[in-house]
Every structure is written in C-alpha cells, then in structure tokens.
Design a protein around this ligand. Structure first.
Ligand SMILES: [Zn+2]
Length: 219
C-alpha cells in the first residue's frame, strides 16, 4: 500500500495524521497547500498567477491543480509512494489522477459539522502565530499568549459562520468524491471525532493489519 489519499474536513486533524501515515508507510507526503506554497515561492509566471488567485481568494482551476500535481508526482522522489492531502478535491481531479496513478486506498477522517465548528471556532491565536484552543489546548494566561504575552484573538476564518460556509462547500464536492472511491472499494473511514491520539491508534492498527495481509498474499 503505497499510494494513499487522505480526506477529511477542516478540524478532523488531517495534517497531524498525514505525517503519521507517511512516516509509518515510509512514503512522501504531498499537500496542496505545501505544493502551492512552493510554486508561489519560485516566482515563475505560473507562481505569480497562483499567488494572484490566492490573494483574490479564488479557487485554483482544476486544470492547473491537475497539471501541478501530476508534474510533481512524476518526480523520482515519489516513486516509493505518496500520501496526498488536499488533492484531489473533486471528481474531475480524481479522474485525472486515476489516469496516471493507481491509488491503493483513500482514508477518510469523518467528523460531523457540529464537531468541526466546535474545534475550529475554539481556536485562538496571537499576532506571533502561537495557536491555542479554548478547550483542548488553552493558554495558561487565559486571554493572553503564555508563550509571548500578546493578546489572543479569533481569526475571521475561524468564526462559526465562516467555518459553516466552508464546510457546506466541502460537503458538496466531497460527497461525490467519497462515492467514487467507495465504488472502487478503496474507501476506508475513520472516526475523526475521537481524540488525535485515538485516531492515530486506529489508523496505525489498520495500516499494520493491511501490511500484514499484503505479506500473506505475497508468501
Ligand atoms: Zn504568542
């Protein structure tokens, strides 16, 4: 099992789990935010175009995302396998990916809208970028950052209305994506409402079990 896609709404702890999965399977992680950041930093024509789109808050067109990812994944460093986070985002992107690579499994961290809103809207940050959560990781200094003493605040993007709006869009596009992978028998669902360490435990036990099966088949 070397080519994996990780899906999950905001607040499902996707980025934490993606590192764990990549480390466990010894495959390379590639996230859409990471790839876009790299391309923007290169300051090429393409990089400038993407930067403008991001500043406008516009979505990056499917064709562009597909080209970027397929080009990146063709590099030798991904020949041992990869874990994708943030791509494919919709059916068009998934179909384009399938034409080039045989995806082994799609892991979905399932979380309810209610839970996602609670997790994200509880976030507080200071101007130096230290992040806290009023429930899961509160600052010792309550309204102030206990690392640098700056006042804590809630980002506009983290307010419940903004989170709900993004979740609605996310659900609309991923429902079809989940159906698509389910039909291919590749979809594995994990309960994303558990604590981060419990989710990690479940993912690890699945990966070990799966790796075991693979060995049995080969012998
Ligand atoms: Zn701080």
């Amino acid at each position: 099992m070397k080519k994996i896609i990780l899906l999950g709404a905001q607040g499902s702890g996707k980025s934490t789990q993606s590192q764990l999965i990549a480390d466990t399977l010894k495959i390379k992680k590639l996230s859409s935010s990471g790839l876009l950041k790299t391309v923007v930093a290169q300051e090429t024509e393409l990089g400038k175009k993407i930067k403008d789109l991001m500043l406008e808050g516009s979505l990056i067109p499917d064709s562009l995302m597909i080209d970027l990812f397929l080009e990146e994944l063709a590099k030798g460093e991904y020949s041992g396998g990869f874990l994708l986070d943030g791509f494919p985002r919709n059916l068009i992107q998934a179909e384009a990916l399938d034409k080039k690579f045989k995806i082994d499994r799609v892991l979905n961290l399932e979380i309810s809208d209610l839970e996602a809103v609670e997790r994200i809207s509880g976030r507080r940050i200071c101007k130096n970028g230290h992040v806290f959560h009023i429930k899961y990781n509160p600052s010792q200094d309550k309204d102030f950052c206990d690392k640098c003493g700056e006042k804590l605040y809630q980002r506009e993007d983290d307010k419940p209305e903004a989170v709900s709006r993004r979740l609605k869009i996310y659900r609309e596009t991923t429902t079809k994506l989940l159906d698509y992978y389910k039909k291919q028998n590749k979809l594995v669902i994990f309960d994303g409402s558990l604590s981060i360490s419990e989710i990690s435990k479940n993912i690890l036990s699945y990966l070990r079990q799966y790796a075991g099966q693979e060995n049995t088949t080969r012998n």
